[in-house]
Structures are given as C-alpha cells and as structure tokens.
Design a protein around this ligand. Structure first.
Ligand code: NAP
Length: 284
C-alpha cells in the first residue's frame, strides 16, 4: 500500500520537551500506513517559554491535532478553546483535537489504562484498587477508574496532600466512589494490599535507569489473587512485575496503557479505530 505525503496530507504531532524518546510517531505513522490514511505524525521539541507561540503556530498551520507531553500537560490548558470534563478534573491534557478552528483538549491516559486491563481480560467492576503514587499518571488513572464505577480506591503517596487532592476531586465528582488517601509507608501499603484486588504502581520506582528499585521490596505483601499493574513500560518487566509473577500474581506493564491512550486519541482525530492488533509491538 502506498503512503506518500501529498498536498492534502493532514499533520498530527507531539509537543513536549524532550520528545526524541517518544514512540508515538512510530505508532501513529504505522497505523496511518496500515490503513492508507492520508495523515503524518511528527514530534516537535517545544520548550516551556515557547509553548504559547508553538500552539499558535499549530493553529495557523491548521494541524488536525496533537499530543501533549511533559512538561506542557498542565500549562497547555489556558491556551485551548475547550477542555473536556475528564481532562478538567485531571487538570492535564494529553491530546488536542483541532476542529472548526477550535482547539479541544482531552485526556486519554485513564481510558488507556482501563482498556489495557480489559484487553488482558481483567475486570474492574466492583474492585478495590490500591494506587501507589499521586502524580500525573495516578491522577488520570484514579479519576477514570472512579468514572467507570469502581467502588473503592486507595491512594498512597509520600506527599499525602497530593493523594488527598485526587481523592477529594473524586469524592466531589463521583460520590459513589469511596476514595481514601493514605501515607506511603511499607506497613501502610502492606495493610492496604491485603484487601486489594488490583494494585497500580504509578511511582517512577523501577523505571529506567532505576531498574533495581521497586515500590514493594517484600514479595510476601503480594497475595496470589492480586493483579499487579505498573504504569512503567521501560523496562517492560520491572522488578515489581518480576516479583509479582514469581508470587503467582497476574502482572501487567504500562505498554498497553501507552498504546491504548494513543489508540483513543487516534480515534478522536481520524474517526477510525487504530489497528492495534496489526501493529506488532514488543510487549514482553
Ligand atoms: P510524576 O507526576 O512525577 O509523579 C511521580 C510519583 O512518584 C509521585 O507520586 C512521587 O511522590 C512518586 N515517587 C517518586 N519517587 C518516589 C520514591 N522514591 N518513593 C516513593 N514515591 C516516589 O510522574 P507520572 O507522570 O505520574 O509518572 C509516573 C510513572 O508512570 C512514570 O514511570 C511514567 O513513565 C509512568 N506513566 C506511564 C504512562 C503510560 O501510558 N503507561 C502514563 C503516565 C505515566 P511525591 O508526590 O511524594 O513526590
């Protein structure tokens, strides 16, 4: 199938700083190629002090949309014409649709996490979910889980205020979800995990180049029915996930979330499902 850049090719891009490590261009261009869609995806390194002019340039050049990555996920909000309710709750945008001259911000990270679990055959219905960390990743995941109807979420974090802030946002917007913030200590985590169905590591512990670190050091904290998920995708198998597998738990890395948040964005931009199965990702 031909996929040449033409006079009609629509541009979608990534803005962030840095961006050279991103696999989004490879994922989206492979999907455009596979489907024969006349789009191209490029990554642009935009520093903080150039964000506003960068966004105005994207408007002028009439791009179809763009992904937003660190450090712009929060700062981009006031530069947009509309921000979808979930992205407002999260306080961060990871993708923008440019439609009828308007820039509309979304956050597809949380839906990516939920869809990645579904793809693994893991149900979140009626589950008690324990999250370690309260940064941007935790925020997107926790809010989406609450919106999906999860009855109970516990967030443990070193800086308790950040966990508390996410929980009060959930309690305010999704009163049916019991959300509790707990200080992150080994004892506290151990107690919470006894009653948990799904554990989410959203701290950077275990991420390259700190592969020797894990939020859980003692495998006895993991019971066999626990599903252990790590938002980290580099490496594919963190120390935590290795330990979880050895303890007999189902273990899921962050690559599925990354792919699925991209697939959700792809659908919003193009109206077409991303052919995820046809794109050969090295998931292990
Ligand atoms: P972030 O906003 O910087 O938050 C980092 C979190 O980790 C904070 O809660 C921080 O606690 C905690 N933390 C850091 N070092 C710690 C330590 N030594 N001990 C205990 N807690 C520690 O980062 P983020 O954006 O949420 O990303 C976190 C991880 O998720 C990264 O590995 C990222 O690549 C991954 N992620 C993956 C996806 C995906 O699509 N798979 C999406 C988003 C994020 P304090 O608040 O106390 O500092």
């Amino acid at each position: 199938m031909n996929h040449w850049i033409t006079g009609n090719t629509q541009l979608i891009c990534l803005i962030g700083h840095p961006v050279s490590h991103s696999i989004s261009p490879a994922i989206h261009n492979a999907a455009f190629f596979h489907l024969g869609l006349d789009y191209a995806y490029l990554a642009f390194d935009v520093r903080e002090d150039k964000l506003e002019v960068g966004i105005n340039a994207l408007r002028t050049l009439n791009v179809k949309g763009f992904n937003v990555t660190m450090p712009h996920k929060q700062a981009v909000l006031p530069l947009l014409d509309e921000v979808m309710p979930e992205a407002q709750m999260i306080g961060a945008v990871n993708m923008v649709l440019h439609e009828n001259g308007r820039l509309i911000g979304y956050n597809t990270d949380g839906i990516g996490y939920v869809q990645a679990l579904a793809e693994e055959g893991i149900s979140i219905s009626g589950k008690r979910i324990v999250i370690a960390g309260a940064g941007g990743g935790a925020r997107s995941v926790a809010i989406r889980l609450a919106l999906e109807g999860v009855p109970e979420i516990v967030i443990l974090n070193r800086t308790l205020d950040k966990a508390e802030e996410i929980c009060s946002m959930i309690r305010k917007n999704v009163p049916s979800c019991k959300a509790e913030a707990v200080p992150l200590t080994e004892r506290g985590l151990s107690q919470q995990l006894m009653e948990a169905d799904i554990f989410v590591n959203s701290t950077a512990l275990g991420m390259h180049p700190y592969e020797d670190k894990s939020i859980i050091e003692d495998p006895r904290m993991l019971h066999r029915e626990l599903v252990v998920t790590d938002l980290i995708y580099n490496p594919r198998k963190t120390k935590l996930l290795q330990m979880a597998e050895e303890a007999g738990c189902k273990a899921v890395n962050g690559l599925g979330m990354l792919i699925r948040q991209g697939a959700a964005a792809f659908k919003i931009w193009t109206g077409v499902d991303m052919p995820v199965e046809a794109l050969l990702f090295d998931r292990k």
